[in-house]
Ligand binder design. Sequence first.
Ligand SMILES: NC(=O)c1ccc[n+]([C@@H]2O[C@H](COP(=O)([O-])OP(=O)(O)OC[C@H]3O[C@@H](n4cnc5c(N)ncnc54)[C@H](O)[C@@H]3O)[C@@H](O)[C@H]2O)c1
Length: 359
Amino acid sequence: MPERSDSSGAILVTGAAGFVGSTLARRLRRRWPTRPLVAIDALTYAGDRQSLAPLDGDPAFTFVHADIADREAMRATFAAHRPQWVFHLAAETHVDRSILDPLAFVRTNVEGTASLLHAARQAWGEGRDPRFVMVSTDEVYGALGPTGAFRADSPLDPSSPYSASKAGADLLALAWHRTYGLPVVVTRCSNNYGPRQFPEKLIPVVVGRALAGEVVPVYGTGDNVRDWIHVDDHADGLIAAAERGAPGAVYCFGADNEQQNLALVHRILDAVDGLTGRDVGASRALVRFVTDRPGHDFRYAIDADETRRALGWAPRVSFAEGLAATVRWFIDHADWCRRRREAARRFEEVWYSRREAGS
Ligand SMILES: NC(=O)c1ccc[n+]([C@@H]2O[C@H](COP(=O)([O-])OP(=O)(O)OC[C@H]3O[C@@H](n4cnc5c(N)ncnc54)[C@H](O)[C@@H]3O)[C@@H](O)[C@H]2O)c1
């Protein structure tokens, strides 16, 4: 097992009100019940302050409502809290939105990351074994054909403004390591699923629409392939990267779980039917194929063997159990889903009407 670093200083999580960030913050708190924990989030449409509610009242928890591109706010936050570890997750994350509004992605994902790196470099002198974990995505590698898998050293070849902005952020982080010696670790993960995922991403969209009896849009013929990992396994991988990651290294997280989109949509719909007393298979009639997303990557897959060895990490949640629990969570939290879907609705209406019209 690789050596652990000293782990006692404050922890900063950006994007902590989002899906992965809130899961990470909760798991960090479980692991270190009294360690100072600072959350930064701009609370965009994707952020939900309620996702951090279990931490409210915790004397060692601070929520900072700020934009990561605000350099003065980042400087002040680093000066006030002197974090030992930074987990940088704040980002614009939805590929479809990046196609309609790419500059918002450049601003947050590229400029925002540079602003945070700058603040970390100014604050970290001889700090105790600090780490800046740049949380990124396998989408920076672009598309695979029917075979093969991405590894950490695969060439970057992003297709969408989202993935290009994340690749830009990764490269800035690595440059801050090479140029200034900032102890950066880059992580690239496959598609996450789990509770509290914002209902513009595939799994919560399908559950929400099926519950409401609405059409379930599927791109093209639904034969694109994604590699799925439970968000808890991703969060644990990020903690392992802070504890045991080598500065300047890139780690890939995946759970060897490829699913074709249409087969996954059917599986989710059948689970919804089973949990709501409908005839299993009935909701498959809601599927409607829509014009494919421009630049849609055909397939992603991650070879995480090297990361498993280097970090002593392995995914634990089986897809069958994780998916069933996730679908049940969305059904049991129908009010949460309705509230969050309202925040997504305007974009969805514009986007899917264009897809259905073939534009
Ligand atoms: N969800 C996945 O499948 C997945 C997979 C691999 C990597 N990632 C990466 O993990 C990170 C989190 O993803 P997620 O799915 O939780 O996203 P999300 O959209 O659920 O959350 C993003 C959070 O960032 C906040 N944010 C956005 N712009 C901000 C800004 N300018 N300043 C401060 N906060 C801002 C939002 O309010 C939100 O709370 C992202 O960096 C993403 O690229 C996600």
